[in-house]
Design a binder for this molecule. Structure first.
Ligand code: ZN
Length: 327
């Protein structure tokens, strides 16, 4: 059904610090972008900010908009169109789909931001056209999504798939945020874990570049550790290798479960590129089952900061195509 229409939609990436809306055609031409901060007092103010941003993207583009897709950092109840629980935004049990549809006067499609990014990569990016794809977005936490037979796997009420909360160490450290588990991939291999491991490695090797940066009181960012590793600092390389191997343990489970042709890895931590992915590929080759491990490609994401916006647009294009097919 996909790929024949020349429709234009608005893709909205809703984040903890800003909302980005883009008017896109189905060939990914961006006609207009609009952006506003989301540091708001309450849900009512957040709704007003989102509506204003979408209206700006709509009026600034010269194409007819037929639908709006939203990627939201939130668990979603797809059955009722409700944004259930967010960590970084004042959203709680909000009938997001109906509220936005009424305010904007357009069909609205919503999903978790991880699912939106997965859709962007599978429709238009690093796994374009591949039917079976696992996406991991590594930032402060780990999000992502699973696409099988070309469709997002969302589970019963549509709140899946929380790929960052696969356990890789039963007795590992407590997970982040509202997750009651221990040793999740998110707490072992996220940007937050990278910072924690880099600090410890710097303390163990005070004479290294990493150790000197730490002693100088410079805040260690993922980008900084990556830069030191690229320059050949051994402790910095070892930290990225450790994180990559942990990532590989998680990916091996996804390979065994879903036998995807592509595992796409995105997010800020991917500045490390193959310093992170090569150890992950080695672990998958060591640990996953054949034949799945022989056919999987572990690749960096094609989309950077605009993944959410593109994915939200893909969500709207998909939703409109599905509605047209039903009609
Ligand atoms: Zn967890």
């Amino acid at each position: 059904v996909a790929g024949v229409s020349a429709e234009s939609v608005i893709g909205v990436d809703l984040g903890g610090s800003k909302v980005l809306a883009g008017a896109l055609s189905s060939d990914l031409t961006v006609h207009h972008r609009a952006q506003r901060p989301t540091r708001v007092r309450d849900q009512a103010e957040l709704v007003d900010v989102i509506v204003a941003t979408v209206e700006e993207a709509r009026s600034g583009s010269d194409v007819e908009i037929t639908g709006v897709g939203f990627g939201i950092p939130c668990t979603i109840d797809q059955v009722r169109g409700v944004a259930v629980m967010a960590v970084n935004l004042p959203i709680s049990d909000m009938p997001f789909r109906d509220v936005m549809s009424e305010r904007l006067g357009l069909p609205v499609f919503i999903d978790n931001d991880g699912n939106a990014a997965a859709l962007a990569e599978q429709r238009f990016g690093a796994a374009r056209g591949a039917p079976d794809v696992v996406m991991l977005t590594i930032g402060t936490g780990i999000g992502g999504g699973i696409i099988l037979d070309g469709n997002l796997c969302r589970g019963g009420r549509g709140s899946g798939a929380e790929v960052g909360h696969v356990v890789i160490d039963m007795d590992g450290p407590p997970c982040q945020g509202a997750c009651p588990n221990r040793g999740c991939l998110e707490t072992m291999a996220s940007g937050t874990a990278l910072m924690r491991e880099a600090r410890e490695a710097g303390l163990r090797a005070p004479g290294s570049a990493l150790g000197r940066a730490l002693a100088a009181g410079r805040p260690l960012t993922g980008a900084h550790v990556t830069e030191l590793a690229h320059d050949g600092d051994e402790p910095a390389r070892e930290v990225l290798e450790l994180l990559g191997r942990r990532l590989g343990v998680g990916i091996a489970s996804f390979v065994n479960l879903f036998a995807p042709s592509h595992v796409v890895v995105g997010g800020g931590v991917m500045a490390a590129g193959d310093l992170l992915l090569d150890p992950a590929r080695e672990v998958v080759a060591e640990r996953a089952l054949r034949p799945a491990k022989d056919m999987v490609e572990i690749v960096p994401a094609a989309f950077g900061p605009e993944a959410g916006m593109v994915g939200a647009a893909a969500l709207a294009l998909d939703g409109l195509a599905r509605q047209a097919a039903r009609a």
